[in-house]
Write a protein that binds this ligand. Structure first.
Ligand code: AHR
Length: 330
């Protein structure tokens, strides 16, 4: 189970500060019994991401039999590739990767394969020719999430037949979450002659960027432009867009600009209950227990299913109560 503990300890000490947060204190030596996990997380761009990291850290604890080397890539793929190479040198037992974008992984994953270290993908996917470069993927069906949102738009606007004007604020370009949610909206626009895409803006899954691009866009009109839907590819984008719209005098909600969002954090559900967000599509970040299940299956010598998708639902104001939001774990 443990490979070259001394080397691991020396390398983790040597790279600890450059590698971002570690769950163990410097100087900790993992016991022989612990399964060593090298984890490369995208960053902390959104509330979803923070909840995802917390879910991982809670499960991959020493009490549960793991030694976690946690790397925060600060939204840069090159940091993730460096972390993977470091985990290979450290001879970890498993690499858990939340890939920032889909392309550019073949070499690093090939190196992990050659070192005999299984790679488990979490949240987003990678676009590689050879599927054997990863053992399993656990995450959301982002295309389905986007389709749920497009179906809601169809139901909400079908009666009037009037033009539906849409602003689309995308997440990190090239990430599976962006590609799936964008593909669903674009496919729906193709099949609805009266749906008009006013703008496609890059919100990078952050509140600050979404606020900035939305403010810039709305300031380009002398008066107000009619906007029916703002399709935001995550909750933090929705919060930035909501703030920008309100500052420019727009009314948000079912009688005004319908903001659609993905994730369903407590804060987004609260805004939905208050009437400011019209549709919240769930994207579950609490993936730690599922990842541990896959690792335990592999420890027991079983081959895990290649893809594991989590159950997700949608919320409108009518589905929500304060009690439901308080019970929510993220
Ligand atoms: O890949 C999942 C997406 O990434 C979440 O929707 C978003 O909030 C996060 O940053």
């Amino acid at each position: 189970m443990k490979r070259m503990l001394l080397l691991l300890l020396m390398l983790s000490l040597a790279f600890g500060s450059a590698c971002g947060a570690r769950t163990s204190a410097p100087g900790d030596s993992p016991s022989e019994e612990l399964i060593v996990i090298g984890m490369s997380q995208v960053g902390a761009e959104s509330d979803w991401r923070v909840a995802n990291s917390e879910s991982m850290k809670a499960v991959f604890s020493e009490e549960n039999g793991y030694h976690l080397l946690f790397n925060d890539a600060r939204q840069k793929q090159e940091n993730q590739i460096t972390a993977i190479r470091r985990f290979i040198q450290q001879q970890v037992d498993y690499i858990v990767l939340m890939p920032i974008s889909e392309s550019g992984w073949d070499s690093a994953l090939q190196e992990a394969k050659e070192a005999g270290i299984p790679v488990i993908l979490v949240d987003r996917m990678v676009d590689v020719e050879d599927e054997s470069l990863y053992a399993a993927h656990i995450g959301s069906d982002f295309l389905r999430e986007g389709t749920l949102a497009a179906d809601w738009m169809e139901r909400s606007f079908q009666e009037s037949g009037d033009a539906v004007s849409i602003i689309h604020i995308q997440g990190t370009l090239g990430s599976t979450a962006q590609l799936g949610r964008t593909a669903a909206l674009e496919a729906a626009i193709e099949t609805h002659d009266n749906w008009e895409l006013l703008a496609q803006l890059d919100g990078d899954f952050t509140q600050a960027k979404a606020y900035e691009v939305m403010t810039d866009y709305l300031s380009g009109f002398s008066g107000q432009r009619r906007v029916d839907v703002v399709y935001c590819e995550n909750d933090n984008i929705a919060f930035g867009a909501l703030q920008a719209l309100e500052e420019q005098g727009y009314r948000c909600g079912r009688e005004g600009v319908n903001i659609i969002t993905f994730d369903a954090t407590r804060e987004a559900l609260t805004e939905c209950l208050n009437g400011n967000l019209s549709l919240v599509v769930e994207c579950n970040p609490l993936l730690g227990p599922l990842v541990a299940e896959v690792i335990q299956a592999m420890e027991a010598g079983r081959t895990p299913e290649k893809h594991h998708y989590v159950e997700e639902r949608v919320f409108t104001r009518e589905d929500l109560t304060k009690a439901l939001i308080e019970r929510r774990e993220y």
